[in-house]
Design a protein around this ligand. Structure first.
Ligand SMILES: Cc1ncc(COP(=O)(O)O)c(C=O)c1O
Length: 390
């Protein structure tokens, strides 16, 4: 049997007719840049995340970069970033002229460890970027508390977590009426990631839980000032066709991408449910696998399993055997950011972030997508158990 890491062909086949119609509509209208499709998608995605505003951009990287700029971050500033994430999180900070300051992660969730954030704060710190890695929300209540205490902005990197939720004990969204709570009763609000901080950033890179036919991104926010600044920054700083009020960028979402993404957004919750079901099957089949640490689902998070990542010793041997058995596997990620050559200028070294370093040595990602079959999951799990025993 062959089990590929992803299967976008199968996923697209199921909704091929709707996708073709949506693309054809854009082609016939020939309004390819910032047309109605982009406006409709922005409104629908904002409604989905329960935020007031959304701005379509050309990538998740630019969503982070332009959010930082819109929130006033620039040279001389420092921004706190988890050391275990895709490099774009830190790159976005670097593009603004600010310095990324790394913080180690929690051993169970692989997200930024809130207990380690305050030690990294200096007079120059202006913002924190929690990443909702692999589809699981970072622990936002303590992060928001720290940000409030120190007057910091929070930019959520939700590039891997479309539709994931956080169960907050403190956040109440003003726009959503909440029932009165009896005194002494505890109350939690379920909020979509991206809607908690000053801005939430998403990538529509094709392999994401909500992926386009190329690059794309989005920022969601409840702050009108940030929204208006983003509209300028993404489109050459223009207020009208040839009136440019700031030095902006060309970072617009294409209408064709927006049209396809509008079709796919309708399926996102269903696909996320299927991912959770598949993760449950892996958990069951791997329950007794010795030496295998399965993903930890925190009680405050509704995980959407963009990635199903395990930890095990002797990873290289297991990967070789899984590949020989026809199983597509990946390593997300083999090297933490402080040890990447691109960031050697920051002066970090081995043992600075021991949790991330350990996890990078042990982590592997198994095939994960909504349309994996029970048989495929059973086969992958069996092949994994066999390869750890040999
Ligand atoms: C955590 C994280 N942040 C940022 C990005 C950047 O998104 P994009 O590739 O759309 O620029 C990605 C994409 O892989 C990501 O996984």
């Amino acid at each position: 049997m062959k089990v590929s890491f992803l299967n976008l062909v199968k996923q697209h086949k199921q909704i091929e007719g709707d996708l073709e119609k949506a693309v054809q509509k854009v082609m016939r209208g020939s309004h390819f840049i910032l047309g109605d499709e982009v406006r409709f998608f922005e409104a629908e995605f904002a409604a989905y995340c329960k935020t007031k505003f959304a701005v379509g951009l050309n990538s998740g990287t630019d969503a982070l970069f332009l959010s930082l700029l819109a929130l006033g971050i620039g040279s001389q500033d420092e921004v706190i970033v988890p050391v275990f994430t895709f490099i774009a999180t830190a790159n976005a900070v670097t593009y603004t002229g600010a310095k990324p300051v790394f913080v180690d992660i929690d051993e169970k969730t692989y997200n930024i460890d809130p207990r380690k954030i305050e030690k990294a704060i200096t007079k120059k710190t202006k913002a924190i970027i929690p990443v909702h890695l692999f589809g699981q929300s970072a622990d936002m209540d303590p992060i928001m508390r720290i940000a409030k205490k120190h007057g910091l902005k929070v930019i959520e990197d939700a590039c891997q977590a479309h539709g994931a939720e956080y169960k907050s004990h403190v956040i109440t969204q003003k726009r959503i009426p909440t029932p009165p709570i009896a005194s002494g009763a505890s109350h939690t609000s379920h909020v979509k990631v991206g809607s908690i901080g000053n801005a939430g950033c998403f990538s529509f890179y094709p392999t994401k839980n909500l992926g386009g036919f190329g690059d794309g991104g989005m920022v969601v926010t409840n702050e009108e000032k940030v929204y208006k600044k983003l509209l300028l920054l993404r489109d050459c700083g223009r207020r009208s066709r040839y009136e440019h009020v700031v030095v902006g960028y060309n970072s617009r979402l294409d209408s064709i991408q927006a049209a396809g993404l509008r079709v796919k957004l309708k399926y996102l919750d269903c696909w996320n449910k299927m991912r959770r079901y598949n993760a449950g099957l892996y958990d069951k089949f791997l329950e007794k696998a010795e030496g295998v640490v399965r993903p930890f689902a925190a009680d405050y998070a509704e995980h959407v399993y963009h990635i199903y990542a395990l930890r095990l010793k002797k990873r290289d041997k297991v990967i070789d055997r899984l590949k020989s058995a026809g199983v597509g596997v990946m390593i997300n990620y083999p090297l933490p950011l402080h040890l990447q050559k691109a960031y050697s200028c920051l002066g970090y070294g081995w043992n600075d972030f021991p949790v991330a370093e350990q996890i990078c040595r042990e982590i592997i990602s198994l095939p994960m997508h909504p349309l994996l079959t029970k048989n495929e999951i059973k086969y992958v799990s069996g092949a994994l158990i066999k390869s750890t025993e040999e």
